[in-house]
Each structure stands twice: as structure tokens, then as C-alpha cells.
Write a protein that binds this ligand. Sequence first.
Ligand SMILES: Cc1cc2nc3c(=O)[nH]c(=O)nc-3n(C[C@H](O)[C@H](O)[C@H](O)COP(=O)(O)OP(=O)(O)OC[C@H]3O[C@@H](n4cnc5c(N)ncnc54)[C@H](O)[C@@H]3O)c2cc1C
Length: 374
Amino acid sequence: MRISGGGRCNVTHAGGPAEVLAAFPKAQARFLRPALHAFPGTRLLELLAAEGIRTEARENGRVFPVDGPGSAHRVADALERLARAAGVRIRTGCRVQGLDGTPPRLRALVLEGGARLVADVFILATGGASYPQTGTRGEMAGLLAGLGVPVAPWAPALAPIPLREPRPAWEGVALRGGVLSLRPAAGQRPLARFTGDLLFTRTGVSGPAALELSRETEAARRAGGAWLDVALTASSAEAVEAELLGLQTANPHLGVRTWLGRHLPERLADPALAGLPADQRLKDLPRAGRRALAGLVTAFPLGAPGPVDLAKGEVAAGGVRLAAVDPATLAVRGWENLRVCGELLDIDGPVGGYNLQAAFSTGFLAGSLSPGSS
Ligand SMILES: Cc1cc2nc3c(=O)[nH]c(=O)nc-3n(C[C@H](O)[C@H](O)[C@H](O)COP(=O)(O)OP(=O)(O)OC[C@H]3O[C@@H](n4cnc5c(N)ncnc54)[C@H](O)[C@@H]3O)c2cc1C
């Protein structure tokens, strides 16, 4: 939480439960419905306000504390204060290495060094498997699988996408508002699309569009074929070719570089990318050149992706399968005293405060034990 939202912590997403649920894949939304209604974003914001943390929703619906850099620490500190005030004893530096039990009861957690922690009820909230330096290494999923709990393997999500042929010279260049398409191969029908900003990094691409398509990209890559390109105009390639033909009469001295600059950032507005000389003017542009330019702005090629790194994701896909958990209590089916919540569940929402809200809501419901319940 202390490194979330670039250190500012995007605590939740504005809107009622229905709007928040709409951002999740259908099966995940169905599962999350009781939790989101039991503990919606408004309840979280009330709690934070009572702890002196004022929040604001940005135009895109993302809710942040108003006091800027470092505010993630204030949110984490506030939650820790609330937990301690509720009587929670917090022990750090004691990693759980084993689970001792057989259905229907878990008997103890086995800690590093061999100590056992015995309890009546266990609520596991050990997160996903990305950013292992935060302590979230995903081993709990393996421990649960060892007890027979159905678990989906961890897979990267909301992660930067490395490219097989990265463009380090373009590091820091942003493609704004384009449509990123994932295809099995160049020119084929898209498997998935996302509209949003894209940022070139030294090794590939990042930014909202890359993060959102990272899960599907890795799945396609593993399935045998993935290719990425970006549409920088809403027009079809034919419409762009026709526009260029018109311009050849209307504005014959216009340089191709200038025309490209209308669609691409300056550093990328290079006629060589379409196989044309640097000083190419529209008046001498052959048909093949028009076609190449149209191809460039309607499907700017990023090429084949490399392996997406699980450790670099803002969330991890995979975890305890939702069918194995009762959405009303977060109890693992077949177990009387074992509950799971947060990212340990097979839930991965988009960027925007959704993942923390899902963790808060499922955590709330998992912790809402009625007297005598397990
Ligand atoms: C860089 C980054 C930025 C993010 N920004 C945002 C954001 O702004 N908004 C948003 O909604 N989401 C964001 N997310 C996602 C969000 O942080 C997670 O979805 C959320 O924290 C999951 O909560 P959790 O409590 O389930 O797990 P975590 O927050 O991962 O907490 C799990 C805890 O369990 C501990 N643990 C793990 N295994 C063991 C073990 N075996 N024994 C003992 N302890 C263990 C870990 O050390 C950790 O403290 C971000 C994620 C990352 C990585």
C-alpha cells in the first residue's frame, strides 16, 4: 500500500458498487458483488475522513488523498491506527511457511523457524505474487493447493510489456490516446484492444494501454503468437490514403515529416519508418508510399512482445479459484475455519483504485464473523 499509486495511493474508484463492479470481468464482478455492497468505496472514504484523510475524485474517477506525494503512507498509517484501536495485535517479520490441517479444519500456521500459530479461525490475506520485494511472493497459493484448495497459477497482469525489438532511442516518448491492438500476428484480426496512453521504455512499452493488455498479451504469446500495434487515428487505412491523395493536389509541397507530425510525436515523425527519404514531399509520393504512411498511422508497429514479467505487475492474475470460495463469507468451501481475501483470490481488476477496493471489501466481509461463526 505504501508504494501504491506512485506513492499517492489510488484508494478506490468513484461511483457506487454497480459502477465499480462493471470494471471487472463478469465472473469476478459476480463474485465481488456481496463484498462491494457490504463495504463500498463510500464506507472506506468515511473511515479515512474520520482519520483526517480528505480525498478527491479525479476526472477519470480515480480517488486519491488530497495531500499529494507521500499520501500513501498516511493511508497505511491510518489503517494501522484503526486496526490497533480495534484490538488487533500486529506481528511483522514472521513469515508463514506452512499450513497445518485437513478439511474441514485448519489447525495452525507454521511460521519461519517452525513456531506454530494456533487459532479458531484463519483469514489469509497474503496478496498476489508481483513486487516480491514487498513480501508478496505468492507462496500461500502453493500451500493452499497442497491442502487441496483449487488454485489458478499466478500470471502477470497490469505489467509493462517488453518488446522483442525494443526502441531504447524512443525511451520516454508517449503515444497519447491511441488504440493498442493485440493480434496473433501482423495484419490479423485483433484479439484485444485498449484505448489509452502508451509510453516507450528502454525495454518495451508501459503506460495505461500496455498495462491493461499485458495479461492478454502474455497469454497470446504463450499460446504461440502475439503482435502489437497502435492506431493513432480513428480513420481507416483507405481513408488516410484518400486524404493523402487529396493533399497531394491541395498542398503538394507539404513534407511527409510535417504530415506525420500531425499523428505522431516529433521524435517518431520520421519518413524512414515508412521507407521514405527524410525530405520526401507529398507531390512526389508514389502510391506505395501513401499506403506505407497510412499503415504507419493506422497500425504503428510495436512488433512481437517478449515475456511479461510477473514481478513487475501492479496486480497478479491467478490465485484461489473463485468457485472454491463462498462470496458471502469468503470462506473456502469444504473448510469450517478458513477464509481468504484480497489479491490471494483469483481477482485482477484494471488500473484505477479497483484492486485496493476489492481487497478492502473482501477483507471486510471475511472479517465480519458473526458470533460463533467460523
Ligand atoms: C506498485 C504497485 C502500485 C499499485 N497501486 C495501486 C493503486 O494505486 N490502487 C489500487 O487499487 N491498487 C494498486 N495496486 C494493487 C494493490 O496494491 C493490491 O491489489 C492490493 O494491495 C492487494 O491487497 P492485499 O491485502 O490482498 O495484498 P498485499 O497488499 O500484497 O498484502 C499482502 C501482505 O501479506 C504479506 N505476506 C505475503 N505472504 C506472506 C507469508 N507467507 N507470511 C506472512 N506474510 C505474508 C506481504 O508481505 C504483504 O504485507 C498496486 C500494486 C503495486 C505493486
